[in-house]
Design a protein. Structure first.
Length: 321
């Protein structure tokens, strides 16, 4: 099915059975009228991630476009060096990461990514108010590989049987950087995380504040454990839920080109950065902005709680050693 609203020229074309749509007929660098913004927002809530191609955005234009969806956060809770004059921009580039933290941290991340589901995450769920929306723009991409995959956490919840849905409806989970493998030791990376500790307890099932849909709100990148149960029970429950959220039928995979932009509803999706580039000598540079989020609320009314740190907002200060 293709939606082609007459008034704006915007076309929204779904690209997979449960998630994702291509949006054409729009210049994201230009001013967007109210009708267009409403249509984009409706497409985002319906398809969870929307894709644009051939856009000419620089940092300032990406920030302007990101504000279409709400006030932006600081670049990242652990980033002390966003591009000059653009504190909202978080640059995703393995080279930058390597220069900052060295091979050791890069290899540790890589090992986690090659475990069966460990690279899947929803952005910054260590915060009590994870970003509501993320906007990712590709600047440099390799000729082969480097795709990103998203999954629909509402479809994953709805795919569970009724008794399991009502069981998980009442659960809560702790989220922190690294999930159940929080960085330890005296490396620069571990210090950066541990000196700016961000830990929260979220409902395992989140009710979307706009659509009212229920989503499975756990991810291996950040979830450390289910609270108030035995460790072995937590492991078994999370294994079940991770198997569900990573089922291929709930996913969509996107092939980047320079000028591609992806916008996702971070309250209803998880995503997987590519794991197929480590052995190739290629560059990949993308820039992300994130919209300040609200505290997740569960079906029983439980609202997320801070264990360490503070809400992730525009002025997130970073302790640098
Ligand atoms: C992200 O996790 O926001 C970036 C995903 C990617 O690098 O593909």
């Amino acid at each position: 099915m293709t939606i082609a609203p007459e008034q704006t020229g915007l076309t929204v074309r779904p690209v997979a059975g449960h998630i994702g749509a291509d949006v054409t007929g729009i210049d994201l660098a230009g001013p967007l009228d109210t009708t267009t913004v409403e249509q984009l927002t409706a497409a985002l809530h319906r398809y969870k991630v929307i894709f644009f191609r051939g856009q000419e955005l620089d940092h300032a234009a990406q920030i302007r476009f990101g504000r279409t969806f709400g006030e932006l956060t600081y670049a990242h809770p652990h980033d002390e060096a966003p591009p000059e004059g653009h504190p909202e921009i978080f640059t995703i580039d393995p080279e930058r990461y390597k220069q900052r933290y060295g091979d050791e941290a890069v290899n540790a991340q890589r090992r986690r990514k090659y475990s069966y589901v460990a690279g899947w995450h929803t952005d910054v769920t260590a915060a009590v108010n994870p970003p509501a929306v993320s906007v990712l723009r590709a600047e440099v991409v390799p000729e082969i590989g480097g795709d990103t995959t998203w999954t629909n956490l509402v479809a994953a919840y709805e795919g569970l049987s009724a008794p399991i849905r009502s069981f998980v409806d009442g659960l809560r989970a702790e989220h922190r950087y690294g999930g159940d493998e929080a960085p330890k030791g005296d490396t620069a990376y571990a210090r950066r995380i541990n000196d700016n500790l961000l830990v929260s307890v979220h409902p395992v099932v989140r009710v979307h504040p706009v659509t009212g849909q229920r989503a499975l709100f756990v991810n291996p990148g950040f979830t450390s454990h289910i609270v108030d149960v035995e460790p072995r029970e937590s492991r078994a429950i999370l294994d079940l839920l991770y198997a569900e959220i990573t089922r291929p039928e709930y996913t969509v995979r996107f092939r980047w080109e320079p000028g591609s932009v992806a916008v996702w509803d971070n309250r209803a999706t998880a995503h997987l950065a590519p794991g197929d580039l480590a052995h190739l000598d290629v560059r990949r540079t993308l820039h992300r902005v994130t919209v300040i989020g609200d505290r997740p609320v569960g079906p029983d009314g439980f609202s997320s709680e801070i264990v360490a740190g503070r809400p992730f907002t525009a002025d997130h200060a970073v302790v640098v050693d």
